[in-house]
Design a protein around this ligand. Structure first.
Ligand code: HEC
Length: 257
């Protein structure tokens, strides 16, 4: 069957691809369109924000200048002096009680110079190194003890027992403070407690006595010790509670008012 000539086929006049293209373009245009925000929440233009900034700056300048915001005299009171912050004056370490300060020094020297032989607990090993715990020569006269440390020891010890080749001299590199510290340390530690502080000044005297020995450079012996060194070192032991500088061990100067 053929269609009547006078009735054109309307469907034929629709160009399908053209119609689809139009749909696409219109949809894209809709997407580009600004969304309509609810009343009051529309975005503000940038220039309004910039203008506000300028207004705030100018207003701040006027108010701050006329009001006393930047007035030096209004902010800083005449004659006002800040009190020093606590601790600001104190430079360096705080003074310590003499016994604690000398012991701390001595502990360092002991672990550097004596620990290797006499042991961390100073008990020695019973065979090659004697114990310093309860030793009469440790807690006895300070000059004798100093001579042992400075020159070493050969032959019988305080218990009568002799240990091998003896103890080598420990004077190398030992300052009076070091010597005073280690003496105070072994006399007041490991169960020993003479309670006295042998001062750096007393240790200095020991260094002089040691240098003046007739057998200088040789280990001392029990014989020499009892003949010449059964004495207390010159100088007075410090009261253990005296405050001293923990580094120099010098008595601390009176605190500033
Ligand atoms: C290389 C090992 C060695 C070192 C390091 C050493 N000693 Fe000794 N010490 C000995 C020996 C060994 C004896 C025993 C000596 C003897 O038989 O005459 C001894 C003996 C002593 C005695 C005598 C003890 C007594 O009761 O008769 C004292 C005190 C002493 N030492 C203190 C010290 C101190 C303090 C130091 C560190 C500054 C030190 N020693 C470092 C090996 C050592």
């Amino acid at each position: 069957m053929s269609l009547p000539e006078q009735k054109p086929d309307l469907e034929d006049s629709i160009n399908v691809s053209e119609a689809h293209g139009r749909l696409d373009r219109e949809a894209a245009a809709c997407v580009r369109e600004k969304r309509i925000a609810a009343n009051g929440s529309e975005p503000i233009s940038l220039w309004v924000i910039a203008l506000c900034g300028v207004v705030v700056l100018i207003a701040g300048g006027i108010l701050g200048g006329a009001g006393d915001w930047f007035n030096y005299k209004a902010t800083f009171r005449e004659g006002y002096v800040r009190s020093a912050a606590p601790g600001a004056e104190e430079t360096g370490p705080q003074p310590k009680e003499a016994l604690a300060a000398y012991m701390a020094k001595g502990a360092k020297i002991y672990s550097a110079k004596c620990n290797g032989c006499h042991g961390a607990d100073a008990k020695g090993d019973g065979a090659n190194y004697p114990s310093l715990v309860g030793s009469k020569w440790v807690t006895g006269s300070t000059e004798k003890l100093s001579m042992i440390i400075l020159n070493g020891l050969q032959g019988p010890t305080s218990t009568g027992k002799a240990y091998g080749a003896g103890m080598p001299a420990q004077a190398a590199g030992l300052t009076p403070e070091d010597l005073a510290g280690v003496i105070t340390y072994i006399r007041n530690n490991y169960g020993n407690s003479t309670g006295d502080v042998v001062t750096a000044e007393m240790a200095k005297a020991a260094l002089d006595i040691s240098a003046a020995r007739t057998k200088v450079g040789q280990q001392t012996t029990g014989e020499e010790l009892s003949a010449n060194h059964e004495k207390e070192l010159a100088g007075t032991p410090l009261d253990p509670k005296t405050m001293v500088d923990p580094v120099t061990l010098a008595p601390a100067t009176a605190a500033k008012p």
